[in-house]
Design a protein around this ligand. Structure first.
Ligand SMILES: Cc1cc2nc3c(=O)[nH]c(=O)nc-3n(C[C@H](O)[C@H](O)[C@H](O)COP(=O)(O)O)c2cc1C
Length: 154
C-alpha cells in the first residue's frame, strides 16, 4: 500500500502526530508546503493533518486542499486529523461556545478530500493539545498510532 501523510504545524504538535501516523503506515510525513501534485501520484491512502486555527485548517493546509483538482483523489482512500483544544480542556467559556458552534479542522479537511474524489477510510479525528502551543495531552501519540493501524486495516 502506498500511503502519504501530509501535515502542517506551527509548534510541532501536529508534526509529532503526523510522524507517529506515518511510522505506523510505513511511510513518510511531508509538510504541506512541500507536497506538490507529484507527491500524490499513485497513492492508495492520503492522510492530511492540520492544527486547528480559528476553527478551521491552517492557511497552508487550505491552500493545499484548494489545489486538488476535482476527481484527483478518485480511487484513493483518505483520512483527516487535526490537533485542537478540546472543550474538556478549554479554560474559556466563550471559546467553548465558539468551538461547539464552529468546530475543528478535521471534518472540514475530510469534506474537501472526499469532494476531490477520495473515499473516506475513517471518521475525521482530533488529537488534543493542553494549551494553544501544546504540549499534546498524554496518550495522544499512542491514540494516533492506534488510529493509523485502523486506517491501514481499512
Ligand atoms: C492563532 C491560534 C488560533 C487557534 N485556534 C484554535 C481553534 O479555533 N480551535 C482549537 O481547538 N484550537 C485552536 N488553537 C490551538 C491550536 O489548535 C494549537 O496551536 C495546535 O494544535 C498546535 O499544533 P502545532 O503545534 O502543530 O502548530 C489555536 C492556536 C492559535 C495560536
Amino acid at each position: 500500500m502506498k500511503a502519504l501523510v501530509v501535515y502542517d504545524t506551527f509548534f510541532g504538535n501536529t508534526e509529532e502526530i503526523a510522524r507517529a501516523v506515518a511510522a505506523e503506515l510505513g511511510t513518510e510525513a511531508v509538510k504541506v508546503d512541500s507536497a506538490g501534485p507529484n507527491s500524490l501520484a499513485g497513492l492508495d491512502l492520503l492522510v492530511v493533518g492540520s492544527p486547528t486555527r480559528g476553527f478551521s485548517a491552517s492557511p497552508n493546509t487550505k491552500a493545499f486542499l484548494k489545489g486538488l483538482a476535482p476527481g484527483s483523489l478518485q480511487g484513493v482512500k483518505v483520512a483527516a486529523f487535526d490537533t485542537r483544544i478540546t472543550i474538556e480542556d478549554s479554560k474559556s467559556w466563550l471559546l467553548n461556545i465558539m468551538m461547539k458552534l464552529f468546530g475543528w479542522a478535521a471534518p472540514r479537511i475530510a469534506k474537501r478530500l472526499t469532494r476531490s474524489g477520495g473515499t473516506s477510510a475513517a471518521a475525521p479525528e482530533g488529537f488534543a493539545v493542553l494549551d494553544s502551543k501544546g504540549p499534546l495531552k498524554p496518550g495522544e501519540v499512542e491514540r494516533a498510532k492506534a488510529w493509523a493501524r485502523r486506517l491501514a486495516a481499512s
